[in-house]
Design a protein around this ligand. Sequence first.
Ligand code: M7G
Length: 312
Amino acid sequence: MAERENDGAAAKRPKTDAGELSSDSPVSDFKITRILRECAREKNIFIHGKVKDQDAVVILEKAPIRKDTLSELLKSSQLQLEMKNDVYSTYQLQAPAHLNEIKTTVICPATEKHVKKYLHQEVFLVEESGEDYRTVTLPYISSQSFSVQWVHNILEKKAEADRIVFEDPDPLTGFVLLPDFKWDKKQIQDLYLIAIVHRRDVKSLRDLTSEHLPLLTNLRSKGEDTIQRQYGVPPSKLRVYFHYQPSYHHLHVHFTSLEYNAPGCGVERAHLLSDVIQNLQADSSYYHNRSLAFPLRADDGLLLKFKEAGKL
Ligand code: M7G
């Protein structure tokens, strides 16, 4: 099978995937239970509630202001004066609806684990040795991890097939590259794509050995080339990394714009792909043996397991 790349112009064009206005709105019936988290600076809110008796999480996030619609925004909005003093004045700008969108993510039915993921919580840094991984973490994630059904749906083209930007179908070194659902594709500043590998036997960074180097180098070069070509963002403007621990245990790599302070890109969770490649080149067992630190939330069952094992 040959590699596949979506038409560059189409990928650049900010298009909504499913496209049309949704007639069956899961949020109009949404009954709010509680606010899980909110941030005035990030202009988002995470809400837990019910849609027709099913638990749901709804995430609302004001979209960034787009450069390509600035003139239209300034020309076609109404201004309401708030105050005027000397050379200073502030207004409320009432933009036309299509320039005032709110990115909305719905998880329904949501499990208790989804609700916990978004609930604001105290976090603790855990240091996991290779041995801790095998005796504490692995048994826990084998029974408690989030489902990766959505990942299999992507790999099997049962979902988001029209969003795939690039695919290398090789079963060992291949992957699918597509926009992360955190990115609305409206502007390049917060570019966020994920590369999901076709192999299903690699859960995370921990499983990687030098055997996987052809996969990682292929993913890096083709992922970077595609993003340069499709979005005009060069490798020097990209942050390419794994999360450890990831939420979903099927190997994937995050490609984010260097300009965008993506959630989870801090040193306590992100591992640059280029560092991982070099570490594996120097020592095939690097990620099997070394201690890896990562944050766990106060209500995470894994934190309890670390405490029970006397590791915290
Ligand atoms: P992670 O490090 O396993 O988890 O990354 P995190 O969510 O704690 O960062 C998984 C990545 O996949 C995240 O960046 C998610 O935003 C993204 N993601 C999750 N889901 C359920 C989907 C989905 O259904 N479609 C797409 N395109 N991306 C998703």
